[in-house]
Design a protein around this ligand. Structure first.
Ligand code: PEP
Ligand code: MG
Length: 706
């Protein structure tokens, strides 16, 4: 059981205002006055226009990415707040650990706040922006992770409902324990079964139950938090006793806490299904499949306490253009159902209970972004070439076949990375060969002759739930993931390869293996591929015998041996998400070390340079498909290092194309040379930031670097 750590993310009262990191030719709205550190903007703080309730507008919700947003806050005759002098803090620095994101946001979907009730204290949280776009909506707390019961706040008027939830969970748990007890008596005898009587007795204990109900009412917290709180105190009490009889009680109490939590959070699972229009999901964490399953007509965005920039939940959010901020650490302590919330996926800011002025500021900004987005749309049919006529191909990363439509519409020349693991994550059972084939056939059809690179399944780490494992791995990112998993599950691997090869008969398909760390692994994978080819021939299936076979370069060993690998593959695709993680020993989804996750670290750049050089020597095409390729500043470096294909999420394509069309190759090469001469990620980030802004100021809010 974890309690949410109080972190630096919480509570600066000064809403930073939408910042400058998204390319948009707009002036940033005025920012609120500074408060002393730690002071929260609230009704008592004389800085906001909170004395009047929000205007009584009807709730209007739009499906995402459609018509212009409605006016959020229609003029009324109530006092309009004074705008405040901008402060040097107007432009908040990008979240730690990375240079500013540079993509334009998807068209946001503002949702008006119709607030009959007075709003509570406004609070501002800072997290990691992982999927761009700004939305305004209402909080829906989803908290169904048994391992991390978070401190979820509730409103005073929700106490009776929460206590009733708790009572139900107690009753259900007692019924369950009684059934287990009966079975245990039959199977283990009366004495051994008695342990369950202890469990039952605890739940029937009015003192304990009363104590938990009281915590709910007094601390205004969720039932699962209150129960875990009381039971962990009790466990602590037994733990302190120097007697092994008491030690066994600790396990019993843990067991009980787990049972109660399961009953309570079992109810939570249905909460997503019941989301209303204009919902912003707030959770401790979300799984990739939860995110992929969001009802987009209802859910505008999400904010989580945990999570990192390149977690697959983040990647899915980006692919589906669901604005998202993660790593907020303590948001769940204060956010509760129905609270108005602004989620700024460009800056990584989340504001709960925003005041009127803040709402106006963001509403204006949302409209400006929408117009900026429109101005990029004319680029989609123009070639992706630099000022001096060099082609830099921009292709798309997808998780789901239908995303191809968006990639093409955005001007993508094809698909550089199709992550097939989502076939496994979205269904309950392992996909059959027919399931694979159906998905790949659809991709080939949608691509209409354009490049399509299908990556074989990259399960493991955060891409399949460790809960499915009987014994979860201690270090899943260093464990049985990706190609390792496939080489140990050959029948499963072969099913995918069969389908993939069969799809290659329908149109141009390339394939690549993820996480190759040694030549032996690559050869083994190719050996199995040959096996499958022979089987298909025997079965009379058509396929492309000369299918191009590539590999991801995403661990240092693969980068260091690029010369060796180049002799045995048709192409490389550099995966910076993992390359950064494995080069710098920084867990890509751990928000505590997110500041150390630096694609601009000189070691990472040297590895990329060496791969690009090896590829050139062997005439092996090389692309980059990590998230960093979608960052304009980083893209400048990659082009300068010699990369001529960048594979990015659909929403990154228009700004990236515009950037490419505005720079020269020599300019990029000069920047790359300068970057290679610097010795720290901070200096390199600053250099890229400066050079990219000088080269294409309009891509960065019209500002060049000072
Ligand atoms: C990468 O590691 O950069 C990559 C593209 O693969 P994934 O994010 O799917 O692990
Ligand atoms: Mg990877």
């Amino acid at each position: 059981m974890l309690s949410a750590a109080s972190g630096p993310a919480e509570g600066s009262a000064k809403p930073p205002g939408p910042g400058p990191t998204t390319p948009r030719p707009v002036t940033r709205p005025p920012i609120r006055a500074e408060l002393a550190p730690g002071v929260k903007a609230n009704r008592q703080t004389p800085i906001g226009p909170l004395e009047s309730p929000l205007p009584q507008t009807p709730q209007i919700h739009q499906p995402p990415h459609t018509a212009p947003p409605p006016t959020l806050l229609p003029e009324t005759d109530r006092p309009v707040p004074k705008s405040r002098k901008p402060t040097p803090d107007d432009a908040p620095p990008p979240a730690p650990g990375r240079h500013a994101p540079t993509r334009a946001a998807p068209t946001p979907t503002p949702t008006p706040i119709d607030d009959a009730q007075p709003r509570g204290e406004m609070k501002v949280y800072k997290g990691l922006p992982v999927s761009q776009g700004i939305v305004i909506g209402r909080v829906l707390v989803v908290d169904d992770d048994l391992r991390h019961v978070a401190r979820r706040a509730i409103r005073a008027d929700a106490v009776p409902r929460e206590q009733a939830r708790f009572d139900r969970a107690v009753a259900d748990s007692i019924a369950e324990i009684e059934a287990i007890h009966k079975q245990a008596e039959r199977e283990m005898g009366e004495d051994a079964a008695r342990i369950f009587l202890f469990h039952r007795g605890m739940l029937a204990d009015k003192t304990l139950v009363g104590q938990i109900r009281a915590i709910i009412a007094k601390d205004l917290v969720s039932a699962e938090w209150a129960a875990n709180q009381a039971l962990s105190e009790l466990a602590e009490h037994f733990r302190g006793k120097d007697n092994s009889v008491f030690a066994t009680k600790v396990n019993d109490i843990d067991d009980l806490a787990h049972r109660l939590t399961r009953h309570l959070l079992g109810e939570e699972k249905s909460r997503l299904a019941g989301a209303q229009e204009g919902t912003v999901v707030v959770a401790q964490d979300l799984t990739p499949s939860q995110t992929a399953g969001f009802d987009r007509s209802k859910i505008l965005g999400f904010a989580t306490n945990l999570g990192g920039r390149t977690s697959h939940t983040a990647i899915i959010a980006k692919a589906l253009e669901i604005p998202a901020v993660v790593g907020l650490q303590t948001l769940l302590r204060h956010a509760h159902d129905g609270m108005p919330i602004i989620l700024d996926g460009d800056q990584g800011t989340v504001i709960v209970n925003p005041d009127d002025e803040t709402l106006r500021t963001y509403a204006r900004h949302i409209e400006q972004q929408r117009l900026f987005r429109l101005s990029l749309s004319e680029l989609s049919d123009l070639p992706s070439i630099t000022l001096d006529g060099v082609a830099v191909h921009v292709v798309g990363n997808i998780e789901l076949p239908d995303e191809i439509l968006k990639v093409i519409k955005s001007g993508g020349e094809g698909i550089g990375l199709y992550r097939t693991e989502y076939l496994y994550l979205t269904g309950n059972a392992e996909p059959t060969e027919a399931d694979h084939y159906r998905a790949y056939k659809r991709c080939v059809e949608l691509c209409q002759g354009r490049e399509l690179v299908i990556r074989t399944v990259d399960l493991g780490a955060d891409k399949y739930t460790q809960a499915r494992e009987e014994v979860p791995e201690r270090n899943p990112f260093l464990g049985n993931r990706s190609i390792r998993y496939c080489l140990r599950s050959v029948p499963m691997f072969k099913r995918q390869l069969r389908a993939l090869l069969r799809a290659s008969a329908l149109g141009p398909v390339k394939m690549m293996f993820p996480l190759i760390t040694s030549i032996g692994e690559l050869r083994q994978a190719k050996f199995i591929l040959n096996d499958v080819m022979e089987e298909l021939e025997e079965d009379g299936h058509d396929f492309d015998r000369k299918i191009k076979v590539g590999m991801m370069v995403e661990v240092p060993s693969a980068a260091l041996l690029a010369d060796t690998f180049a002799r045995e593959v048709d192409f490389f695709s550099i995966g910076t998400n993992d390359l950064v993680q494995y080069t710098l020993a920084v867990d890509r989804i751990n928000e505590r070390v997110a500041h150390l996750y630096q694609p601009t670290h000189p070691a990472v750049i040297k590895l990329i340079r060496d791969v690009a050089r090896a590829a050139r020597r062997h005439d092996t095409p090389v692309s980059c498909c990590g998230e960093a390729a979608g960052d304009l500043e980083y893209a400048m470096l990659l082009i300068g290092l010699g990369l001529r294909t960048l594979s990015v999420v659909g929403s990154s394509i228009p700004p990236l194309k515009r950037f490419i069309r505005s720079v020269g190759i020599q300019q990029c090469e000069r920047v790359a040379r300068q970057a290679m001469s610097l010795d720290s990620d901070v200096l390199i980030s600053a250099l890229l930031r400066d050079r990219a802004r000088k080269a294409v100021p309009e891509a960065f809010d019209g500002r060049s670097a000072e």
